[in-house]
Design a protein. Structure first.
Length: 129
């Protein structure tokens, strides 16, 4: 029997979703993480309360901004910032051939449904808005 586990927690995976699409809906995060919408709401709320994500209203929708300058909470990775970790997890350059093929087929090279060909991440550092 194969164990069902991931290197990323649901909180980290939610940050990746937000980095790919700052206007992502909770429903989309829930689908990407294979959790309920209520759980996705709880995760995003915890990220907002911890200061890692800023939530702003945009009409009837929410937009999110990741505070990339903040340090990781884990003592093992405390010398790294959220932005540095997301730079590794989120591609910010022009899509490669594999990315383009995945986009055309509807798959996602990063393992998150529908997030394969997104714009630059919504990660901010001090001095950016």
């Amino acid at each position: 029997m194969v164990a069902n586990w991931s290197f990323l927690t649901n909180h980290a995976a939610a940050l990746v979703c937000i980095a790919h699409d700052p206007g992502v809906r909770l429903r989309d995060i829930a689908v990407a993480l294979d959790i309920t919408e209520r759980s996705a709401f709880g995760i995003v709320t915890e990220l907002v309360e911890a200061g890692y994500v800023v939530k702003e209203k945009d009409g009837r929708r929410n937009r999110y901004r990741i505070q990339g300058h903040l340090p990781m909470r884990d003592s093992v990775a405390r010398e790294r910032t959220i932005g540095e970790i997301l730079d590794v997890l989120v591609k910010t350059s022009v899509p490669s051939n594999a990315d383009q093929l995945a986009h055309e087929s509807g798959a996602s090279p990063n393992g998150l449904p529908g997030r394969g060909n997104a714009a630059a991440p919504a990660v901010t550092t001090p001095g950016q808005s």
